[in-house]
Structure formats: structure tokens, C-alpha cells
Design a protein around this ligand. Structure first.
Ligand code: GLC
Length: 413
């Protein structure tokens, strides 16, 4: 339908694969009340220290994460190598604030990368531009210490120039020591009064370094440098149509959570229903985008039962419907009532969000229709075409056992 703006990074595979796993994991899994806890509760380093001191994910089993991601039909993953709290999952040479120095005592990132890669998933790194631990990172309007009486004093001696070096050194490590990395997901810029943006990070330098070390790598749009953005990343809301930037369609990926938090949140109750989960995926692809669905492993290193159940919802649906997702995109054809359409060439996939009684009327499609079948079992769907070019599909009265049933329509070529 739309031809998105060309990208510097290789997005060919990305727009085919459509579905990935986001992983937010770090020592914020211990307080278990949102990955921004240090910021929200305005904690000092000292107050946040117990989580570093007690981090010991003894049940860490990245193979099980990777297996569940693959089973859910996810084709790539993006993991937080470092989040805003500054804690690093890998054995970086540039800070002591890293997994090997916790009771766990070793690298965590390499094992995750290996597990996912061995199951054929592509690998991306989320890397926080923000760092609430680094001594050179100035206290700004969102910093945990923002309301300390002596903010100006706290900033004396802090040098963003040195922090910029730190960013580069770490990015160099991440993009050198872990084999091929397909995505680098920088997060995030907030320019303006007491904020930070491209000059604070040297976004142009980070872009150049990323592309030099990993030719083809995909860079997201949060560097505050529009020319660096391969993909756009609407977060925590569902776009209703293809995402446009400056009037042009772009490659995009929406990131979403199973519940409201990215990091493990024990008491968060807003877990999405199975139907919502599937409809979000369908909606995204029907609008020409990718879905990056997040899990927040626990402090023990496991996916909790609620996350596993949510992944199983995708597993069960994708087992019989992935053809309507992979390689598909938005269709130029208008969908019938209560439905969404995804399309791959002459195959049109009709996702039925609200299952009607016996008849589904599809205007404007009649003469183009060659054949119709349910996707999950390949059973034929009879249809008739009237003079107005409306196709009426005859559906069984009982909805098939699928969160969202899909009818595959073969268009005459
Ligand atoms: C936001 C948050 C962050 C989360 C990210 C995911 O930018 O700062 O906690 O990692 O969104 O998109």
C-alpha cells in the first residue's frame, strides 16, 4: 500500500518479520515496582544500592525465554543491555556497575544473545542514553536527584564530555563483542530546558559508530537526530493507521507491555486479556507496523506465570495464523465492519474481531475474489457475490476456537 521512506539500515527483514520480544531486565526487578523506581521515588545511589547488593537471579534460564519467544512466533528480540539506572548486564570494562559484580557474579547478556540466536531470532540491544548512576551525568529535570535543594552544587564537577566518551566506549563494546547485532535501540532524548538531546549524547557520533561497527544495523528514532532514524517507535498506544513523519510513511514498530510496566512489577494488575493481545498484533500489522512485545523477567531470572500465559496466547494463535502476519502489511482495501485486513500480494487475510451470525458482508471485493478458506483449518468458506459487488461469506454459526478467526481470501491476479 504505502512505500515507506528508504532507510540507511537494513529493514528488509524487519518488515517481513513483524513480531519481536522486548526484554526489560535489571536490578529494578528487585523492588519490583517499575523500572523507573529510582526516579519516581527520588532515591539516592545509597538508597538504590541494596538492589545491586542482592541481585542474584539463580533461576536465570535464557533458553526458556528464547524457547517461549520462538514458540510465540517472535522473530527478533531487543534486550536492555543498560537501562536508565545505569546497571549493565554485561561485563563492561568501563564501569563496576555491572552484573559480574553482584552476587550473581557473571555476565548475563552473552547467554541471552546465544540462546535467542540459536533459535533463529535476530538480536537487538536497547541501550539507555540516560544514566542515573554515572558520576558525570548531570542532574536534569528527570533525574532522581532533581528535587535536591542543591542541584547546581551537585552538578559541579560533572562533565558530560566524559559521559559522552563513556557512551561511545560502551556502544563499541556492545557492537563488537556479541557478534552480529541487528538493532540498536537508543532511549531516549528529552531536549529543551534542563533536558538532554543530540548534543549531550553526540548523537551523530553514535550513529556513525553504530553503522561503522555493524553495517546494516537498524537505529531507532530516539537520538533526537531525525536523519539517524530508521524506525519510529510509538509506545504504549496503538496507531490506527500507517505512521507518517513529515507527511511521509515510515518504517515503524510499536512497543507494548503485557501489563503497565516494562520492568517486572509484582503488584501491577492491568494485564491485557488474550483477545486484546491478539488484536494488538493484528491491528499493528494491519496498519503496516511491527509489534515489539515486552517481558520483564523477575529478580530470580524467570518469566512469571502471567507473562508465560500471555506468551502462550500468542503461541496458540500464531501456530495457525502466522501466515497472516509474516510478510504481510496494510491493505489498500477497506475492511468490512468489525474486521481488519492484512495483505501479502494476492492473499488477503480477513481478521474477524467481532464474530457475526452466519453472514459476513464484504463490500467492493466480489469480482476480485477467487477462493476463500479459514486459515486455521483450511476449510472452504462459501461466498456469493451480488450485483453491487458485495461478497457475502457463509460462516459457521459457532466461532472457531481462535481468539481472532482469520479467513484467507485468494484474489484473482
Ligand atoms: C520509555 C521508558 C522506559 C522504557 C521505554 C520502552 O522511554 O523510559 O522505561 O524502557 O520507554 O520503550
Amino acid at each position: 500500500m504505502y512505500q515507506p521512506k528508504a532507510t540507511k539500515g537494513n529493514t528488509d527483514w524487519f518488515v517481513q518479520d513483524r513480531f519481536g520480544m522486548f526484554i526489560h531486565w535489571g536490578i529494578y526487578a528487585l523492588p519490583a515496582r517499575h523500572e523507573w523506581v529510582k526516579q519516581r521515588e527520588e532515591m539516592t545511589d545509597e538508597q538504590y544500592a541494596p538492589y545491586f547488593k542482592h541481585f542474584n537471579p539463580v533461576n536465570f534460564d535464557p533458553d526458556s525465554w528464547a524457547e517461549q519467544a520462538a514458540a510465540a512466533g517472535m522473530k527478533y528480540m531487543v534486550i536492555t543491555a543498560k537501562h536508565h539506572d545505569g546497571f549493565c548486564l554485561w561485563d563492561t570494562q568501563f564501569t563496576e556497575y555491572k552484573a559480574p559484580n553482584t552476587p550473581w557474579g557473571g555476565d548475563l547478556l552473552g547467554a541471552v544473545v546465544k540462546a535467542f540466536r540459536s533459535r533463529g531470532l535476530r538480536v537487538g540491544f536497547y541501550y539507555s542514553l540516560i544514566d542515573w548512576h554515572h558520576p558525570d551525568f548531570t542532574v536534569d529535570r528527570i533525574h532522581p536527584l532533581r528535587n535536591q535543594p542543591d542541584r547546581a552544587g551537585l552538578n559541579q564537577g560533572r562533565q558530560m564530555r566524559r559521559y559522552r566518551e563513556y557512551l561511545k566506549n560502551q556502544v563499541r563494546e556492545l557492537l563488537t563483542n556479541f557478534g552480529r547485532i541487528d538493532i540498536i535501540w537508543y532511549d531516549f532524548s528529552y531536549p529543551g530546558e534542563a533536558g538532554k538531546g543530540r548534543d549531550d549524547w553526540d548523537s551523530a557520533g553514535l550513529e556513525a559508530l553504530s553503522r561503522e561497527l555493524q553495517p546494516g544495523i537498524i537505529i531507532n528514532n530516539r537520538l533526537d537526530l531525525p536523519s539517524a532514524a530508521d524506525i519510529y517507535t510509538p509506545e504504549q498506544f496503538q496507531p490506527r493507521a500507517w505512521v507518517h513523519v513529515d507527511g511521509e510513511p515510515v518504517v515503524w514498530e510499536t512497543c507494548q507491555t503485557f501489563s503497565g510496566s516494562w520492568g517486572y512489577h509484582r503488584d501491577e494488575a492491568t494485564w491485557k486479556s488474550p483477545g486484546q493481545l491478539i488484536r494488538m498484533l493484528v491491528n499493528t500489522v494491519a496498519s503496516g507496523g511491527n509489534l515489539l512485545m515486552n517481558v520483564g523477567p523477575t529478580a530470580r531470572g524467570e518469566l512469571d506465570a502471567r507473562a508465560e500465559a500471555a506468551l502462550a496466547v500468542y503461541r496458540d494463535w500464531m501456530a495457525r495464523h502466522s501466515e497472516a502476519i509474516y510478510g504481510c502489511s496494510a491493505s489498500a482495501i477497506a475492511p468490512p465492519q468489525d474486521c481488519r485486513l492484512t495483505q501479502n500480494g494476492d492473499f488477503l487475510y480477513l481478521h474477524i474481531f467481532a464474530y457475526p451470525f452466519r453472514h459476513l458482508h464484504f463490500d467492493g471485493i466480489g469480482e476480485r475474489l477467487e477462493y476463500a478458506e479459514f486459515l486455521h483449518d483450511g476449510s472452504e468458506i462459501h461466498f456469493s457475490v451480488d450485483k453491487k459487488n458485495t461478497a457475502t461469506l457463509d460462516l459457521p454459526v459457532r466461532q472457531p476456537d481462535a481468539q481472532v478467526p482469520v479467513v484467507k481470501l485468494y484474489l484473482k491476479s
